[in-house]
Design a protein. Sequence first.
Length: 260
Amino acid sequence: MNQVSIVTICFNNPEDLISTCKSVDIQTEKPFEHLIINGSTKPAIKNYLTQHSQPAYRRWINERDNGIGDAFNKGVLQSTGSIIVMLNAGDTFYDQHSLEKAVTAFEQHPDIKWLHAKFKLLRANQEVIIGKSFSPSKIYRGMRSICHQTMYVRKELYDKHGLYDLSLKISMDYDFLIRIKNEPFYFLPEPLVSFAPEGISSVQYLQSLKESSEVYRKYFRNTWLHRIWQWRLKLLYYLLNSPVGKSLYNLKVWLKLENL
């Protein structure tokens, strides 16, 4: 059966967690379980979980961890569903049918080992929907058109390819994507998630680029395609954070080219 375990990691951000939990609870297709990995140093999240009524599918672990990768791994190891999706605190499902759409896709494509979809995010002060079908031949592009919050992964892939790399601070999802790049997957061409703008890969974007480049070089030689792509992303980052760049991006959105 396609039983979905939602793993939500959090750290001293109770309002973000509450927002995520609400988006889970309104789903037309309820999850098999919603596992919260709480590594907070403050009691607010623990108090929310223990002092408020929670659905039967929600359970949690309140203990310190050694960073994002460690929290992800705790979630994977504690999950009992056959499919795992990482929905961090602050991220929300796009609408109330998101989980249902993902489960239906697995039912319609029983041979796939994972899927991903489009997602909504804030870029140049605009909310846009982006995402393209993953291509193993374009792995040098990193996570540019894919986000792990839309990745529904059969748990057996973690058994086969291993857990998240604890030495990485940001790009552990990219490292895992490289390892599963040849596994059969499906792209759902509609948004499933609204991506939180405060995510670490957004707040520390340049550091994220640097670490993802290190990950790429670990598996492949430093190809010219990868170098050019990294330069392109850095240029776009500085451009989008300038008044001129924001105006150009507004034009790009108006022309419906935001997914390029």
